[in-house]
Write a protein that binds this ligand. Structure first.
Ligand code: XMP
Length: 536
């Protein structure tokens, strides 16, 4: 039985990060809404209660019946989780005089407590809370304090319960990973057997059992998730898997050809459908972004279905859905803000069942599984790319000529990002390595391409705008392109990437000199929110 840690989500922004940290300890975990603890599940070896945007005193605050697990399995409360455990057991939680936010140091801690094994004096931790614990329950003892926070951590003397008001999951808690390891491995007894290799073995066996000799259809997009799902299924069921890859004409330069080649080298049974003429003709003259998206979505379903129907005895539809797509993150109103989206519109008469082999994986784990399966690195480290493709990166109506201009500019930009390498150390290096980028650490530094340092990059053609320029002795009156590059962990929020000036100068020159139709290059310095990653 696969051991697992349950993380109960009280709506904190860092809940997924807790999950990632636990997985980095080669331990499987599930993030569930605060009130969905799986009672009776014998595979649960520990529970972590997350932070929350609420105060325990708010009438709407999320509350949980702790008796479901306290005394049975080890519990760790983080921030709100720590305050809630105290509040629910007769301790006191009050508004802090001033919001406690930022770095602090554990001036005193109980070095004999299992939670602090390996901790060094004055360890830096990260605080972020408006309330603070002013009294702990009777059967608890204080196990760490900072200058301003007396009960930075406490533990029960009766039950296996620990609570920390700081956030061990964030990078600024320097020994946070050690603390989580102490909890997950030493206290909960994780065998640390969750790895890419074990995932591949178990999943291939499960897929064989689930699908048997049935035929499976899978829609490939060229992206990491659907590609890894396809290779995994191919390993399990071979030729009973048929993949469909639709070219809507708005992919990156040569992408359809290159990716088809990759898929064929991987031994996949792929039907490539060039439907670009249909898409271009249906999009002609359409300028409204939502309208464009609707037309592309509708056409895509039509083309995909027409191909899928040809595979008459198909029983399953496989998708590259990954874990963050399914986690029911809670926002402050308790509403689900991101939920599972199935492929809509498949004909009902096909009666296809859904098969989602990557549904438990975070993105970095999908990449590790891809490597385990021997997939080429350029396929694994690919940036996300929107389903409607370059259509949402061309402002105004779409024509094949505009797509050609954008493809050429984008190709220069992306190639440049892949070629330009910089050295990273400290927090930056750790962020990149945690995202699954393979790089060797030498003297505390790694050398990584700009492409691998960022979440996503692309070029936008402002085809509704023209500006004057001069080339040689000629006046030009052409379109600008905007370059976009962002850092992110999940695309829900994003920061614009601080690309080196010499890189931007080189790319700008090359685009203006080589791409006919473009005479100006801008760099998009907007973050999400309030902007979005794509322009349309
Ligand atoms: P935004 O623009 O909303 O994008 O900040 C967030 C992430 O989603 C990608 N994206 C899409 N992906 N179909 C997709 O498969 C779409 O229609 C779509 N629109 C945006 C975007 O590239 C970014 O990674």
């Amino acid at each position: 039985m696969q051991q697992k840690i349950i993380i109960l989500d009280f709506g904190s922004q860092t809940t997924q990060l807790i999950g990632r940290r636990v997985r980095e300890l080669d331990t499987f975990c599930e993030i569930l809404p605060y009130n969905k603890f799986p009672q009776g599940d014998e595979s649960v070896i520990g529970v972590i209660l997350s932070g929350s945007p609420y105060s325990v005193h708010d009438p709407e605050a999320f509350k949980v019946d702790l008796s479901q697990f306290v005394g049975r399995i080890p519990v760790l409360g983080i921030c709100y989780g720590a305050q809630f455990i105290s509040y629910a057991n007769g301790g006191k939680v009050e508004k802090a005089d001033s919001r406690e936010y930022g770095r602090a140091n554990l001036m005193q801690f109980d070095a004999d407590n299992a939670l602090f094994k390996g901790f060094t004096p004055n360890s830096q931790v990260w605080m972020s809370h408006g309330d603070t614990i002013t009294a702990i329950p009777e059967d608890c003892k204080c196990i760490a304090s900072t200058k301003n926070v007396k009960y930075a951590a406490y533990a029960s003397t009766k039950n296996p319960v620990w609570a920390v008001q700081f956030h061990p999951e964030v990078f600024h808690s320097v020994q946070g990973t050690q603390l989580l390891k102490n909890f997950v491995v030493d206290i909960c007894g994780s065998k640390q057997d969750w790895s890419a290799a074990s995932f591949v073995d178990t999943t291939v066996a499960e897929l064989k059992a689930q699908v048997g000799n049935d035929r499976v259809i899978l829609g490939l997009s060229g992206g990491v998730d659907s590609s890894v799902a396809a290779v995994l299924l191919n390993k399990a069921i071979g030729k009973n898997l048929t993949c469909i890859f639709v070219d809507h004409g708005m992919l990156r330069k040569n992408e359809f050809r290159d990716v088809m080649h990759d898929y064929e080298c991987l031994g996949l049974n792929v039907i490539g459908v060039d439907a670009s003429e249909k898409f271009f003709s249906d999009l002609a003259g359409v300028t409204d972004p939502e309208q464009k998206r609707k037309i592309i979505g509708r056409d895509f379903v039509e083309v995909f279905n027409a191909e899928a129907k040809k595979i008459e005895d198909a029983k399953w539809l496989a998708q590259g859905t990954i874990y963050p797509d399914r986690i029911e993150s809670l926002n402050i109103t308790g509403k689900v803000i991101k939920s599972h989206h199935n492929v809509g519109g498949l004909p009902k008469e096909m009666h296809l069942s859904l098969c989602e082999p990557l549904k438990w994986l975070f993105k970095d784990e999908v990449r590790r599984v891809g490597r385990q399966l021997g997939m080429p690195e350029h396929l694994i480290t690919r940036h996300p790319f929107p389903g409607p493709g370059l259509a949402v990166r061309i402002l105004g109506d779409i024509t094949p000529e505009k797509v050609r201009i954008l493809q050429d500019a984008d190709d220069i930009y992306i190639r440049g990002l892949r070629e330009y390498k910089t050295k990273l150390s400290g927090e930056e290096a750790r962020r990149v390595l945690a995202a699954g980028v393979p790089a060797d650490m030498k003297d505390g530094e790694i050398e990584v391409s700009l492409y691998d340092q960022i979440w996503q990059a692309g070029t936008v053609l402002l085809s509704t705008v023209r500006s004057v320029g001069v080339m040689g002795d000629e006046r030009t009156y052409e379109h600008p392109v905007a370059l976009r590059a962002v850092t992110s962990t999940d695309a829900m929020t994003a920061d614009w990437a601080h690309l080196p000036y010499d890189f931007m100068a080189k790319v700008s020159n090359e685009i203006i000199n080589k791409v006919r139709g473009v005479n100006r290059v801008c760099y998009d310095i907007s973050s999400k929110p309030p902007s979005t990653i794509e322009w349309e």
